[in-house]
Design a binder for this molecule. Structure first.
Ligand code: PMP
Length: 309
């Protein structure tokens, strides 16, 4: 049986033993930043490919900089630790790796200065997040995306995810798969945990970072694949809600969601309610790349030989 491991207080230990105290600052105030990294199992090669690990740790460091939290770890060292945890835990299936830098001081008082931070990295098995085959049915949320002037969404802060959780739960309790969240200006920002793209007249359109989106690594990957593999350009520009309704195709991107077609928005079907042709090509291309099957992009994939357990 696979057994998950974690990096905790400078050591690799069984995940079950990685525990924090109830007074931990991050637990009380949401003062932590995090990442989600996919490990994609390739059955033929019996290898897990970690996708764009360095880019995720670079964004983790940026999130710390935005909050002014100390980032005391060396990224190369964190990458080695990530490989070791993935190998040692023994999962022969898709996994998700969660690094966090959290305010570990056990003190009361809301602030970001004068706090100690710790790094934790853990692993969990993690299959598909949304239905990539059928596509997702979405609605526009009644919640608005947090603003750069409130809690900056460019930083992946744990506390921000209350905003995402409100939107996701509202969507699911109303019978949809995922929320599309507008920003305070009323423009499309993103999903609860995904960036969003629409296709109009053969061009990909996606909101710019200044529309309060997380600068997604999957989104950046998809822009490159669209250009290189399909010869399709991406334009970053503000998108209105009603443009979703008339788009030829809509899809979402994220480490968890991969490339997920959106087949319905606010009860209007997109492309007749089935995944569109360009989206399907991007789903296919992305899926091959993340499993190390396209050698042109092997620099993005870090192979891990999983230990037999
Ligand atoms: N937006 C939000 C709010 C997210 O949580 C995520 C997932 N990290 C994304 C977009 C997609 O980012 P990435 O492709 O880097 O996973």
């Amino acid at each position: 049986m696979p057994d998950p491991y974690a990096y905790f207080r400078g050591e690799i230990i069984p995940l079950a033993d990685a525990k924090i105290g109830v007074m931990t600052h991050a637990f009380n105030y949401g003062t932590a930043v995090f990442e989600g990294i996919r490990g994609n199992w390739n059955e033929e090669e019996e290898t897990t490919f970690l996708f764009r690990v360095r880019e995720h740790y670079a964004r983790l460091e940026q999130s710390c900089r935005i909050l002014n939290l100390p980032f005391n770890e060396d990224i190369d060292n964190l990458i080695d630790i990530t490989i070791e945890i993935a190998a040692k835990s023994g999962y022969r299936e898709d996994i998700y790796i969660r690094p966090l830098v959290y305010a570990s001081s056990e003190v009361l008082g809301v602030r970001l200065h004068g706090l100690e931070t710790d790094v934790v990295v853990f692993v969990a098995p993690f299959g598909p997040y949304l239905d990539i085959e059928q596509g997702a049915r979405c609605h526009t949320s009644t919640w608005r995306r947090v603003d750069d002037m409130g809690i900056p969404p460019r930083a992946k802060v744990t506390g921000i995810y209350v905003n995402s959780a409100l939107a996701k739960t509202e969507a699911q309790l109303n019978g949809f798969d995922e929320a599309i969240v507008l920003n305070t200006d009323g423009h499309v920002s993103e999903g609860s945990g995904e960036n969003i793209f629409i296709i109009r007249d053969g061009v990909l359109l996606t909101p710019p970072p200044s529309d309060n989106v997380l600068e997604g690594i999957t989104a950046q990957t998809v822009k490159i694949l669209a250009a290189n593999e399909l010869g399709i350009e991406t334009i970053e520009r503000t998108i209105d809600r009603t443009e979703l309704y008339i788009a030829d195709e809509v899809f979402m991107t994220g480490t968890a969601a991969h490339v997920t077609p959106v087949v319905e928005v606010d009860r209007r079907s997109i492309n007749g309610g089935v995944p569109g042709p360009i989206t399907k090509q991007l789903v296919e291309s992305y899926s091959n790349v993340i499993r190390g099957k396209n050698k042109n992009y092997e620099d993005w994939c870090l192979p891990v030989q999983v230990k037999s357990v």
